[in-house]
Design a protein around this ligand. Structure first.
Ligand code: UDX
Length: 407
């Protein structure tokens, strides 16, 4: 890890399957809502060190009044001007969430008409606020457990809480979202003949007995445990998806997403990346659950979006794993995050007085012990593989938004 030399990644996306999804990283970066400024007394300073933005909402945090001022965009980023025949009407459920908002950015920049459906349970309006008012963009507050009627060409169905504390918060609601939400969106796809892509999860493999996990592994899920609402919810959502494909000829795509991180993650979603980064930034103890020998592989969100767009536009109808193959034990990951955050803090001239400690807490029930995707299928059928490693992702300063709460 320490010896990895990050390369500068300038563009993401691919020109494949008749769909050119390439955009510049700088354009995407300009859209992250980071707290660009902090007002402290009379002084207002640019905390992220980033140059002033041309696009994207800006925010200024005022320490004295503990208030935040949003400035709406004066102009939108240029989007591709597509001929009518190429411009698609695309529905993104969960489009105000962490992954959804990045997908929306990409689809908007590429010139499509995008409708976001979100109930804002874990998503937030601020993730896509920079598109509000754009003629190609529409945002609807709607819960997918209820039917929704619209004319569309493609549906990316992402809506569902994904972090273990969030999806366990209301297990029955998570199940309803997975089953009824997916059924409603598949019904819409059937009626409109839209292509339908569901974001499933590595959690369908449960606590896997095969390693790494290939798509033809059936999994090892405790169907009555605390994680089952999500794991079984997504499993039945896949079953429904293939039911609609076989019975009704719906054109389906299934992505099994492995652990993902990046800008606009909810800093308090309780997942390991946000927990570790917040703890390292604040100088708090980093909490490793259990002995830390369980493993995960972490992908940067832009790689995932590349994979989703390729899958939607390619011909592969079987499930496809989308994840990074670099496997960390959680204890190694804690050390890596601590090193990277320390390096960034030093570069920004605000090093912590002392190293944060790594402490151990109780292991959650049914926590999968080993997880790493076999991504051969994604490589062979989509030509996809991740570009970013963890260091490149974390060093992309995606956590600068956390300084809303700097102490
Ligand atoms: O503070 C923490 C948080 C988490 N962890 C551990 O870190 C590992 C990863 O935990 P996370 O909560 O980030 O995510 P999990 O891998 O358990 O679940 C995730 O899997 C894939 C996705 O579909 C979902 O985003 C999520 O369910 C687990 O072993 C967990 O016990 C810690 O050691 N400390």
């Amino acid at each position: 890890m320490a010896s990895e030399k990050p390369e500068n990644i300038i563009t993401v996306g691919h020109d494949r399957f008749g769909f050119d999804s390439r955009v510049e990283m700088d354009t995407l970066r300009s859209l992250y809502l980071s707290p660009s400024f902090v007002k402290d007394g009379d002084a207002t300073k640019n905390i992220s060190g980033a140059p002033p933005k041309d696009y994207g909402a800006q925010s200024t945090y005022d320490k004295s009044s503990n208030s935040i001022q949003f400035t709406t965009v004066a102009k939108f980023p240029p989007v591709k001007l597509l001929p009518n025949a190429e411009r698609k009407r695309i529905l993104v459920t969960g489009g105000a969430g962490f992954v959804g908002s990045h997908l929306v950015d990409r689809l908007m920049l590429l010139g499509h008409e995008v409708t976001v459906l979100d109930n804002f349970f874990t998503g937030s309006r601020t993730t896509v606020s920079h598109w509000v008012g754009h003629p190609n963009f529409e945002m609807v507050r709607h819960d997918v457990v209820n039917p929704f009627l619209i004319e569309v060409d493609q549906i990316y169905h992402l809506a569902c809480p994904a972090s273990p504390p969030h999806y366990q918060y209301n297990a029955v609601k998570t199940l309803k979202t997975s089953f009824l939400g997916t059924m409603n969106m598949l019904g819409l796809a059937k009626r409109t003949k839209a292509r339908f892509l569901i974001t499933s999860t590595s959690e369908v493999y449960g606590d896997p007995e095969e390693h790494p996990q290939r798509e033809d592994y059936w999994g090892h899920v405790n169907c009555i445990g605390p994680r089952a609402c999500y794991d079984e919810g997504k499993r039945v959502a896949e079953t429904l998806t293939y039911g609609y494909m076989r019975q009704d000829g719906v054109d389906v795509r299934v992505a099994r997403i492995f652990n993902t991180f990046g800008p606009r993650m909810n800093p308090y979603d309780g997942r390991v990346v946000s927990n570790f980064i917040i703890q390292a930034l604040k100088g708090e103890d980093m909490t490793v659950y259990g002995d830390g020998n369980q493993t995960r592989s972490f992908q940067y969100v832009h790689d995932l979006v590349d994979g989703l767009i390729l899958l939607m536009n390619g011909d592969e109808t079987r499930p496809v794993n989308i994840g990074n193959q670099h496997e960390f034990t959680i204890i190694e990951f804690a050390e890596a995050v601590r090193d990277i955050v320390e390096k960034v803090q030093k570069e920004q001239g605000n090093p912590l007085a002392k190293r944060v400690n790594i402490i151990h807490k109780e292991m959650p029930t049914d926590d999968p012990q080993r997880r790493r995707p076999d991504t051969t299928r994604a490589k062979e059928t989509l030509g996809w593989q991740p570009q970013f490693n963890v260091r490149q992702g974390v060093e992309d300063r995606f956590f600068s938004f956390l300084v809303y709460d700097p102490c």
